[in-house]
Design a protein around this ligand. Structure first.
Ligand code: M6R
Length: 606
């Protein structure tokens, strides 16, 4: 979603800002803009890609102080006027804002009654108006920010510049802002990625912080007054710029990075000789793990699908109840939280607002939450303060692929860790550990020759909608496949546990309708075979993902075979053809693979 980059220093601001905007593109956006502070603000903004903004800029935009933004529309359509930065009425203040001001309409009406006119439909513009009013009354930029934020409801990450003051002022409440002090000035961003090439020492603002940077250096205070408690940290894992290399799209690159990403996730956490598994960031002894009454997992989208797989693995290996929840529903169900239970928040970005809200609900009720997160230093990682990094490396494509695999792998390792502390025999654990360690090589082998994906794509392209079926762990792989195909191709996709098909979705079946079935060689395969027969009896055509050499392939119109693995590791193999199918179908439809319409990489609003 929206991204911010701001600069105050000795170098020319425009190149730093444009470069930063490029590094924020992966978050998803529909317009971009920047403002450079000179004798007046030079504001350039427009809908479309950062490259289009860049090519529309004058050869020179002199100035060493500026703010920039990528916008993902919430309040107001996708228009040039609604793009950020926004100026105050007299154009003496410029702001960029991430988040949502929930009571903006009321404030706007109030300002309009005082004679204000607005240039955009956004909620953000009210902040620029209020700020300008406050500095016009003689308040310092920091105090003006305090005044502007008073009575605002919602979330914000704001950077503001003032014509009459040589200061960059930032404020955070719910939308991250990261500050990097370099030898030539201060860079502020909404996630650490654009900072990586400048510094690995960063300060992450806490909710309620206001930071000001000017000639006197950097000062960070609390909204209500007093010093902030935040302090500089070193980013342990600096990702640098994720280059496409020879790949045409990030999604394809990330699919092919899965073997190495998995190796990083597994490395040092599994002992195939003893069958023991250990996630360092969990800080839980075997004694504590034995006492855990149940496990709850939270996630959205792909992270939820991984959590659903984790749920099954934990129950299976540790013999304790586990349940995965849709984060966005969690706090509205007024959940009963057992402080003794173990809670996991699963998130690639670590910034998903729905999951953050669920974590806060658990913490409010006395529970502890462990993060399973990719982005180091992200809000969820810091909010939880414990848990595991999944070490996928940067995932730039909106469609999550390698993060899914590493979420599943991290949760598999945890299931083994808690399993060994409870019922799981060393022998069973050794076999699974060996199986998991072999997976990266098996993925490499599969990706070298992925089978008849294009035949499947040809069937998908003709379909008005698609049904995905699977059972056991594969029911969740089917869900993940449906999500992937739907978000990339805009073809309506429905995923069901295969046994549920006859209770409703069977009504969709008709002559020639493709059904995607995920059926690796596991304990429930024969049951899935029955569902395949029921589909075929109604004229449906089957795209089957199955284990190499399995006779079930003969039942399919298109059979995509994946290497045999430990049945509990099968999601890591069976998901691959579905990722490729989604990718190639989107290509065939000439769609934007890495940035599907309407979607954002990190969903920072509720
Ligand atoms: O960053 P998160 O893992 O918390 O993101 C959760 C979902 O928004 C994300 O998985 C989304 O569903 C992806 N576009 C799926 O490909």
């Amino acid at each position: 979603m929206c991204g911010i980059i701001a600069y105050h220093g000795r170098r020319q601001a425009a190149p730093i800002l444009v470069n930063g905007l490029r590094r924020l593109e992966y978050r998803g956006y529909d317009s971009a803009g920047l403002a450079i502070r000179g004798a007046a603000f030079d504001v350039r903004k427009r809908t479309g890609k950062v490259a289009e903004l860049e090519s529309s800029l004058p050869a020179k935009m002199p100035g060493t102080i500026g703010i920039a933004h990528t916008r993902w529309a919430t309040h107001g359509g996708v228009t040039d006027e609604n793009a950020h930065p926004h100026l105050g009425p007299e154009q003496r203040v410029a702001i960029v804002h991430n988040g949502i001001i929930e009571n903006a309409s009321r404030i706007r009406r109030h300002l309009e009654r005082q004679g204000a006119t607005f240039r955009s439909e956004t909620d953000s513009e009210v902040i620029a108006h209020r700020l300008e009013q406050a500095v016009a009354k003689g308040q310092t930029p920091v105090d003006a920010m305090r005044t502007a934020l008073k009575g605002l409801r919602g979330t914000w990450g704001i950077c503001a510049l003032f014509l009459d003051h040589d200061e960059l002022v930032c404020a955070r409440n719910g939308s991250p802002l990261v500050l990097g002090e370099t030898e030539h000035g201060l860079i502020v961003t909404s996630d650490p990625q654009p900072l990586a090439e400048h510094t690995d020492r960063v300060i992450i603002l806490e909710d309620g912080d206001i930071a000001a940077f000017g000639k006197g250096g950097l000062a960070i205070e609390r909204l209500e007054g007093g010093q902030s408690g935040t302090s500089p940290i070193t980013l342990e894992e600096s990702w640098g710029e994720a280059e496409l290399g020879d790949y045409p799209h990030y999604m394809l690159k990330e699919i092919y990075e899965q073997p190495d990403a998995l190796r990083h996730c597994i490395s040092g956490r599994l002992n195939a000789k003893t069958g023991n598994a250990r996630l360092g960031g969990m800080h839980l002894t075997a004694k504590q793990l034995r006492k855990v009454p149940h496990v709850r997992l939270l996630g959205c989208g792909t992270a939820l699908n991984a959590a659903l797989i984790g749920q099954q693995l934990i129950e299976r290996l540790a013999r304790i109840p586990a349940v995965a929840h849709v984060s966005s529903e969690f706090r509205y169900q007024d959940p009963v939280v057992n402080p003794e239970a173990l809670h996991f928040a699963v998130s690639q970005s670590g910034e998903t607002m729905d999951t953050i809200a669920a974590i806060k609900e658990i913490q409010l009720k006395g529970g502890d939450v462990h993060g399973v997160v990719n982005v180091v230093g992200s809000t969820i990682a810091r909010l939880c303060g414990q848990g595991v990094y999944m070490h996928s490396g940067p995932e730039q494509s909106v469609a999550s692929t390698k993060a899914f695999s590493n979420m599943v792998a991290a949760l598999t390792i945890f299931a083994m860790q808690i399993g060994r502390a409870r019922q799981l025999s060393a022998n069973e654990a050794r076999v699974l550990a060996k199986g998991l360690q072999e997976v990266p090589d098996l993925i490499e082998r599969y990706l070298a020759d992925p089978g008849p994906i294009d035949d499947a794509v040809a069937m998908v392209l003709e379909a008005p909608s698609l049904l995905f079926l699977g059972r056991g762990l594969s029911a969740n792989v089917a869900k993940e496949g449906a999500l992937k195909v739907m978000e990339l191709t805009y073809i309506p996709c429905l995923a069901y546990p295969a046994g549920e098909m006859k209770h409703g979705p069977i009504a969709l079946l008709e002559e020639g309708r493709p059904v995607v079935v995920v059926a690796p060689d596991d304990a429930v395969k024969d049951k899935v075979a029955s569902a395949i027969h029921e589909c075929k009896a109604r004229g449906a055509r089957i795209i089957l993902v199955c284990t190499e050499g399995d006779e079930l392939a003969q039942e399919a119109d298109v059979a995509i075979e994946v290497p045999r693995t430990h049945p509990l590791c099968s999601p890591l193999l069976t998901v691959l053809p579905l990722q490729l199918m989604a990718y190639r179908t989107a290509l065939a439809l000439d769609l934007d693979v890495d940035r599907p319409r309407n979607l954002a990489k990190s969903v920072t609003v509720e």
